[in-house]
Design a protein around this ligand. Sequence first.
Ligand SMILES: [Zn+2]
Length: 213
Amino acid sequence: MRLRPRKQQLLGLLPPSLVQTHGPRADNAVYLSFDDGPHPEHTPRLLDLLAAQRVRASFFLVGRHAERHPALAERIVAEGHMIGNHSYTHASFGPMPLRQQVGEFDRTDEVLRAFDQRSRHRVRPPQGHLSPALLLHCAGRRRSIVYWSYDSLDYQRDSSEALRERLRAAPPRAGDIVLMHDDSDKATEALAALLPAWRQRGYQFLPLPADGA
Ligand SMILES: [Zn+2]
C-alpha cells in the first residue's frame, strides 16, 4: 500500500474538470476529505474537532446514511464543509452495470439536494472504482469526479496511534487531497494530535469547491 497511489498519478493526466486528484499547490492549502458517513457516533466527534481547529473539509456522503441521519448532513453543511456524492449503498461498483452505478449517484444527488440545495454533486465512486464506461458517462454529463493524492490508509486494521505516526512521518503537502473516513474515530484521534502542528507549518484547511475545476 502506498500513501501516494500510482493510479491517482495516472488519473491526474485527465482534465481536472473531469477528474480532480489534487488541489492548487500555490496557496498552502490541504484538502481533508472524509468518506462513508455520516455516522451517528463518529461524525459528530470529527465535526467537533474540525470546528475547534477552524478546519473546513469535504465529506463524501453515502446517500442512504445521509437519508438516515439528516441532522448530521445538515450540520456538515451548516459548518461550512463541502458535501459530495459517494453512491447510495456503497456497494462495490466492480460487478455493477453502468446503469445501476449512475442510479446510485442520481439517487444520492436527490438526497443531498435537501441539504445544500444543489441538484448535482461531485462524485467519488466507492473504493475509487472507475470503469472506462463510467468515466465516459461522467465526461458526457459533465459530472466531476474527485480522487485524492494522499491516502491516509486509515481503513487499515491498525491503531489510531499507528495512523498518527504514519501521518507524522510523511505529512501531507500543500495541494494534497487527503483521503480519510468518518465511520470510525481513527482519523479524528490522529488529527487531534496532528492538526495544531500542521497549522504551525502555515497550512490552511479548505473544502474542495462544490463545482468541478
Ligand atoms: Zn467509501
